[in-house]
Design a binder for this molecule. Sequence first.
Ligand code: KIV
Length: 265
Amino acid sequence: MTKRITVKTLRSMKQNSEKIVLLTAYDASFARVIDEQGVDVILVGDSLGMVMQGHDSTVPVRVDDIIYHSKSVVPQCKRAMVMADLPFMSYTNPNQAIKNAARLMQEGLAHIVKLEGGEAQLETVRHMTRHGVPVCAHLGLTPQTVHKLGGYRVQGREEDSAKQMRTDALALQDAGADAVVLECVPVDLAEKITHELEIPTIGIGAGRVCDGQVLVLQDMIGISSLAPKFTANFLVDGRNIPEAIKAYTQAVRDESFPADEQCFF
Ligand code: KIV
């Protein structure tokens, strides 16, 4: 029987300098193929609001939407761990967060939940992890706050914001977080955070030093209406979809992805 990836596996992969591969999926067919191609973690991201529902941000996504997609994905995965996003406004306090995390795990069958934010989420992360909920944090560009951030921009370029991100990452680890996504972060900052943490960092537009990488599936197969700078289309050179997923997985593992053109300096 295939052994499922767990948060312990992720931590030992970091210790052994083995890159962690994540990709989003929202349905059974893609989930099965992605699992078969050896992706370690499948993210049922709230990016589904954009790539499945056609919104221009992740803000309209509801807990029920994530559950609907997550419960289609999880039964297809023999090896991959499935991470589900807590959507916008579903974790404004520890009690609300743990209730919604329980729904993602009990109804959506997810193995770990992800939420966005640093300092403001410490109590929530502590509450959830103390009650046995595995948590991945998300720092840098946090798409749920796009209207507050004023657009999808690189984060942590100034000395103060970089310092704050490093402090937040360490505090989230102390609060019990099992991993942290770093989105649109300059390479040198992502590198510092990766070296300072014992838990894995998962980069998206954060350079190849991160312990793992994540992409949105539709970006990775070149069918998104907007392709952010940090993505690459692997459905090229006559590959079919399983081959494209395999190529992405190999490129993360051999560190040929991300290349410099997908990074912020
Ligand atoms: O929702 C999502 O797909 C994400 C990734 C961009 C990390 O959060």
